[in-house]
Design a binder for this molecule. Structure first.
Ligand code: CA
Ligand code: CA
Ligand code: CA
Length: 536
């Protein structure tokens, strides 16, 4: 055989191999269009996860004909799943039994699913929005969000009335048959984030709007790091950020303001570890936010991170960190107290060894960063592709071994996915509804992508919440307008519907169908032992 013949045969074999790969890819894409993604070959930015780490156990719609929105989720020690958000009228799935404040129309939604994904109970009350849900060791469920005036708060509530739509927090009995306690909170329009310590105390966002008529008791701030708001800015008058600590029994333990004087400040996210010192992530326009001497940055920027002492009287550290727009549920702690934050950004302080050190393209990527318990930057990575990673990512969570999960939305066609991902491709890449949800797990040092998958159909899909169970199960939820969202072992296998645009607060604006369809939730089973997941 001449050298030319050998080369010709070799090239022929290469062409045949390429054709075979192309055919497999073609079939995989076709499979996705029918809403049943298999495990197609990895997309262009796939990274090498040596083993299949997670597998979808169930995925279900949860919604009626109105505009529905899932905004937070959590899981208890038994693997029951709790979700909170918004339910549109008229037929959102709900279970029998009327509780005070219940609405037969739409409103704030909270629901419990069994570990297998079957609805246990579902309640809709006549507020506007539940942003946050937590569960304690006795199965009591805490919800926070926004309520209109006139909600039947419980006797002895620490803030029984409101003059305008106002922050709210309430404790539901484990079977959701009624409120243990329920109260308005703060002078602002919502409690957008809430966290719970291992004693069952709550830490809630406390908003101050100068235009509000609400007056908060001075006794809450008796020992505060900052006793009065500093004002500044012009959003709803002037606004400051704050934190309030509330016992599981519904008593205010302390509160403090945290803000500068030259602009508006909002608490975006809260988290607390075993030291009971709440960590606070702010979006700020103030140039004089408090920073500590060895802060990561004392140069004013839109993102600010700080840690408050356990009694609310001091600041353990405070630092500006980046020109980024931190949002709700964008912070979580690992078991050692390291702080993980996420945001959408195109200017991120990436560190050597990070999973993705270069911006992926488009308007924004996700940015994920790890800070030490004392506020030192330890690692930071981009996470994104050629399109728009947007609106958060909406939630960040950390598992018992310190691995980091983010859930968000992307229009990218090359978002980083792992080999064996449930869905390796955007379901409507470049189409009319290019957004899919994504869920991604990174190693504790943000250097390795452990699992990452798209989750979506040919409508607009968002992942808006995620959490990890004590057994390593991975949960993710969001909102979809896809009729072909990939369901499996579904409690509700059929899309409930949507009413058109604008029926949900902040929904239906951009892109079309945004937050205006059905909720969805999914559970991924871990297939390998925890110690094989790069849990460094
Ligand atoms: Ca991008
Ligand atoms: Ca989609
Ligand atoms: Ca719906």
């Amino acid at each position: 055989m001449t050298r030319a013949t050998r080369l010709s045969r070799f090239l022929g074999a290469v062409v045949a191999l390429c054709l075979a790969v192309a055919m497999v890819q073609e079939r995989s894409v076709a499979g996705q269009e029918t809403g049943s993604p298999a495990s197609p070959p990895a997309a262009t930015k796939s990274t090498a996860a040596a083993v299949l780490t997670y597998q979808l156990q169930f995925s279900t719609y949860f919604g009626g004909a109105g505009g529905d929105l899932l905004r937070d989720m959590t899981v208890d020690a038994q693997g029951n799943i709790y979700v909170a958000g918004v339910a549109g009228p008229p037929d959102f799935p709900r279970t029998p039994g009327v509780i005070p404040g219940q609405s037969d129309a739409g409103g704030a939604m909270v629901a419990k699913f069994s570990p297998a994904g079957t609805l246990v109970w579902s309640k809709v009350v006549a507020g506007e929005y539940f942003y946050s849900v937590k569960v304690d060791r006795t199965g009591h469920v805490f919800v926070a969000g926004r309520m209109r005036p006139g909600f039947p708060t419980t006797p002895g509530a620490f803030q029984p009335t409101a003059a305008h739509p106002c922050g709210f927090v309430g404790k539901l009995k484990p079977d959701a048959s009624g409120w243990v306690w329920a109260s308005y909170v703060g002078t602002g329009y919502a409690v957008r984030d809430m966290t719970m310590d291992d004693k069952g105390n709550l830490y809630c966002v406390l908003d101050y709007f100068a235009a509000s008529k609400e007056v908060l008791p001075a006794s809450w701030f008796a020992n505060a790091f900052q006793k009065t708001p500093h004002g500044g800015g012009d959003h709803f008058g002037k606004c400051d950020a704050g934190v309030i600590k509330i016992s599981g029994e519904g008593k205010v333990i302390w509160a403090t303001w945290i803000g500068g004087s030259t602009g508006n400040d909002w608490v975006a996210s809260l988290a607390v570890g075993s030291d009971d010192c709440p960590v606070v992530l702010l979006r700020t326009f103030s140039k004089d936010m408090p920073t500590t001497p060895d802060a990561y940055s004392q140069v004013p920027s839109e993102g600010w991170l700080g840690k408050v002492s356990a009694d609310g009287s001091g600041l353990i550290f405070g630092t500006y960190f980046a020109d980024a727009f931190p949002r709700t549920h964008n912070m979580a702690l690992d078991p050692r107290g390291n702080i993980f934050i996420c945001t959408c950004t195109k200017r991120w302080p990436v560190t050597p060894g990070a999973f993705q050190t270069k911006f992926g393209g488009g308007p924004e990527d996700f940015g994920v960063a790890k800070f030490s318990p004392t506020g030192k930057l330890l690692a930071a990575t981009y996470l994104g592709g050629n399109g728009h990673e947007t609106n958060g990512p909406d939630q960040i969570a950390v598992d018992a071994q310190g691995r980091v999960v983010v859930a968000g939305s992307t229009s990218s066609t090359d978002y980083p996915v792992t080999e064996g991902a449930f869905q390796a491709r955007n379901a409507d890449a470049g189409g009319k509804y290019p957004y899919d949800g994504v869920v991604s797990m990174l190693s504790n040092d943000l250097g390795t992508l452990i699992y990452s998958s798209y989750l979506g159909g040919t409508g607009d899909d968002m992942a808006r919440a995620c959490c990890v169970g004590p057994d390593g199960m991975l949960y993710v939820g969001g909102v979809t307008t896809s009729r072909d969202f990939p369901t499996k072992n579904a409690w509700q296998g059929k899309y409930g519907g949507d009413p058109g645009f604008g029926s949900v607060p902040n929904g239906g604006k951009f892109p079309a169908g945004w937050g205006n369809g059905d909720c969805w939730l999914a559970k991924f089973q871990r297939l390998v032992p925890a110690d094989s997941l790069h849990g460094k």
